[in-house]
Design a protein around this ligand. Structure first.
Ligand code: F6P
Length: 323
């Protein structure tokens, strides 16, 4: 086993609330185990360019409550090339970095796996608001993002109700509908539209709204995942077919910010500690995941091959009770 004297930590891909809590745990657990911890800035770009800082106990003070990532983040096309990867390995050797904790999504895990197979053991932690990491039931940032959507849509409801309107709200999630599903249930949306479930607006949504109109309801919230998009078109169609004045709202990047929830802070702290335990034993090519409410680890290759079934039962429950 290679002795781990120095570990690096980086955040990669879209930022997610709770990444700072993970960085804090990794730095403090690493130092507690007698290791040096290097903060690598701007994801894999920082690794390639040697953009790094030595972390100490105080570098991570007062960050647990902050959104974003103190190490900054980036998506790195250069790192995906063999040349970029070799450069990263050389920088690790020069800086004496023996292993790395990578907080990010599936794309970041691929990078972590590639580095592990080139002699730099890496451990991935799931950090993305989209919750679309197939191997993990929950990702750092998802709970905060869903709570942010809940707050925003609660505000939107006030004006939607006052004007007897229909609000069609687009939420993030890239190609996944987890934010839409969970936030949609939490805000009592009449309809939730996600890429995982085929939905025909004219056949599935309009008749439902018309039936509910007959019961006396005059205002509606419809949550649409960004993977479906077209919120302007959907709002116009609803207005034309039902006569309900409709507005489209795209919540956008506000969903990525804000102080992390307790759930995200606790999960990130536990995962960060766990990652250091693995690295300190020289174990790499692993991802830390949440399974049955427990923090465990998987081989990265196995994790990337996994499929995450969409929560169809929850979707059906939402559909049934939103009448
Ligand atoms: O993966 C997080 C995420 O916010 C997605 O929900 C969204 O599709 C994407 O990142 C937006 O990326 P960018 O910040 O590069 O516009």
């Amino acid at each position: 086993m290679k002795e781990m004297k120095t570990i690096g930590v980086l955040t990669s891909g879209g930022d997610a609330p709770g990444m700072n809590a993970a960085i804090r745990a990794i730095v403090r657990a690493g130092i507690a185990k007698g290791m040096r911890v290097i903060g690598i800035r701007r994801g894999y770009n920082g690794l390639i360019n040697g953009d790094m800082i030595e972390m100490n106990l105080r570098s991570v003070s007062d960050i647990i409550h902050r959104g974003g990532t103190i190490l900054y983040t980036a998506r790195s096309p250069e790192f995906r090339t063999e040349e970029g990867m070799q450069k990263a390995v050389r920088v690790c050797q020069e800086m004496g970095i023996d292993g790395i904790a990578v907080v990010g999504g599936d794309g970041s895990f691929r990078g972590a796996s590639d580095l592990s197979s080139r002699g730099i053991p890496c451990v991935g932690l799931p950090g993305t608001i989209d919750n679309d990491i197939s191997s993990s039931e929950n990702c750092i940032g998802f709970d905060t993002a869903v709570n942010t959507v809940k707050e925003m849509v609660d505000k939107l409801r006030d004006t939607t109700e006052s004007h007897d309107r229909c609000s069609v709200v687009e939420v993030m999630g890239r190609r996944a509908g987890y934010i839409a599903l969970h936030a949609g249930i939490a805000v009592g949306a009449t309809c939730i539209i996600v890429p995982e479930i085929k939905t025909d607006i004219e056949k599935d949504i309009i008749p439902k709204l018309q039936n509910i109109q007959k019961t006396g309801k005059k205002h509606f919230i419809i949550v649409v995942a960004e993977g479906v998009g077209k919120v302007d078109e959907i709002a116009k169609l609803i207005q034309d077919k039902t006569g309900i004045e409709s507005r489209a709202t795209i919540l956008g990047h506000v969903q990525r910010g804000g102080s992390p929830t307790v759930q995200d802070r606790v999960m990130a702290s536990e995962m960060g500690y766990y990652a250091v335990e693995l690295l300190s034993e020289g174990i790499g090519n692993r991802v830390i995941v949440m399974k049955d409410n427990k923090v465990i680890d998987y081989d990265i290759h196995e994790a990337l091959k996994m499929e995450k079934p969409f929560e169809e039962r929850l979707f059906n429950i939402a559909h049934t009770i939103s009448i």
